[in-house]
Write a protein that binds this ligand. Structure first.
Ligand code: HAM
Length: 428
């Protein structure tokens, strides 16, 4: 047993793990380009108040899961590692006066988030999200653009059976009356409530609908539903979102008990699930509208909507569906030489190929030629470049390891020969 280990709830993503992550990251980047979402990056920690006010003081994420940074004695500010990206991005939107830019401001980011969660499969203390936000458009068209974009990510990643669970959770106009009904309902069932939920009944009854406690499931199923208590404006918005999504052919299921675990949401709330894996812990992603958040963090009233997809869970889902991870990149050329001592020659030729844009490897040890060529095959190289006596005349041997052919090539034409061979011969 090694003395030091990665902290509980975190993982090392080793070279064998990385190709699938790189594919997902580049898919996110490609979708961002197609849909017009620019990159943004905010600090991994913020003033704790950004999360307390943004995400909400009475939420699991802030009450139980926030990684608080131990303040140095002389510093008064309390910081925390970000549990999610939205609050920080909205803080940046306000701080940099981004309301003067064309609205909505469309931004996106892939990066690690931190929650002091109880670790289990698909639930980590450091995990990665693709976070996408559109700030400054009241919808409902932008709601549909965002929801469809998230859905497309799963489809293009290879998950064909992801559906959208959709709800509206009203706005500050109609939600209070609903929350009062909800409180009344749970008050009547007071004796059945677990301790934590009892405490929340007074402070934030909506959170009870989001409870992961199995004892709560039946109570939640019998609770009044917010969709039955929307005001006209919220109802109209909800209908508009559904009409746009229908027109795009996005598979949507209305889920009246979906309230999300963060306080900033208004109106549209959604989550992505694989069909048949709708358990509470299995959301592949989620998001919603947050029309009050900009103001809450000190800006002018500005609507916004976004989502975050859990990349760790997407990687797990791809593995469960048996979708093969991409192969690691194979070198086009492996430079070997007859003289085991000539590591200078091998490195020089490999360096020239690399300068020409070719993925090249060379054995920098002192193994004999046969061992070098074995290594070339093991790494899946397309060509072996063999340096021998004819190097004096500026010639090398170029062996096509796939075709099993070999011929002499002038050194100054080597890069072009390899490039030509690479483009006519597809990777097998
Ligand atoms: P969230 O639902 O808290 O929303 O997280 C989004 C996704 O992140 C989840 O659906 C899940 O896939 C993944 N996730 C959350 N916690 C963990 C964990 N401990 N381990 C692994 N994956 C996890 C948000 O974070 C909002 N900021 C989304 C949003 C953006 N709303 C508007 N804009």
């Amino acid at each position: 047993m090694p003395e030091f280990r990665a902290p509980r709830g975190t993982r090392d993503l080793l070279p064998v793990d990385r190709p699938v992550w790189e594919r997902l990251t580049s898919l996110a980047g490609d979708l961002a380009r197609r849909y017009g979402y620019a990159g943004i990056e905010t600090p991994m920690f913020e003033q704790t108040a950004v999360f307390e006010r943004g995400v909400g003081a009475v939420t699991d994420i802030v009450e139980k899961e926030l990684f608080r940074i131990q303040p140095r004695t002389e510093e008064s500010e309390a910081w925390s590692l970000r549990p999610e990206a939205t609050a920080g991005i909205v803080r940046a939107y306000v701080q940099h006066g981004m309301r003067t830019l064309p609205q909505p401001v469309r931004v996106q980011y892939v990066g690690p988030m931190f929650r002091y969660d109880r670790p289990q499969a698909g639930r980590y203390r450091q995990f990665w999200q693709w976070d996408v936000e559109a700030i400054g458009d009241a919808g409902p068209g932008i709601d549909a653009e965002i929801i469809e974009l998230g859905h497309r990510f799963y489809t293009e990643a290879g998950l064909a059976n992801v559906q959208v669970l959709l709800n509206s959770i009203g706005d500050p106009g109609c939600r209070p009356a609903y929350v009062a009904r909800l409180r009344e309902y749970f008050e009547r069932h007071r004796s059945e409530l677990p301790g934590l939920e009892l405490a929340r009944l007074a402070s934030n009854p909506l959170r009870l609908l989001d409870s992961k406690d199995p004892d709560m499931a039946a109570l939640i199923a019998g609770a009044p539903r917010i969709v039955d208590h929307l005001c006209d404006a919220c109802r109209e918005h909800f209908d508009g979102v559904r009409a746009h999504l229908d027109a795009l052919g996005v598979p949507v299921r209305i889920e009246p008990s979906l309230v999300r675990g963060l306080d900033y949401y208004t109106r549209t709330a959604f989550e992505y699930y694989r069909e048949g894996a709708e358990g509470q812990q299995q959301a592949l992603g989620g998001g919603g509208r947050y029309d009050g958040l900009v103001e809450l963090l000190g800006g002018r009233p500005t609507p916004g909507i976004g989502f975050a997809l859990g990349l760790d869970r997407v990687v797990l889902a791809l593995a469960e569906e048996g979708i093969a991870a991409p192969e690691p990149v194979r070198p086009a050329a492996f430079v070997a030489s007859a003289d085991p001592a000539d590591s200078v020659g091998r490195l020089r030729v490999a360096t020239e190929l690399r300068r020409a844009g070719i993925a090249a490897r060379a054995d920098l040890g002192t193994r004999r030629l046969g061992r070098q060529l074995e290594q070339a095959s093991r790494e899946g190289a397309h060509f072996a470049v063999i340096l021998g006596d004819e190097l004096r005349d500026g010639m090398v041997q170029l062996r096509d390891l796939r075709a099993g052919t070999q011929h002499a090539v002038p050194l100054d034409e080597l890069a072009r020969s390899i490039q030509r061979g690479e483009s006519t011969h597809h990777h097998g």
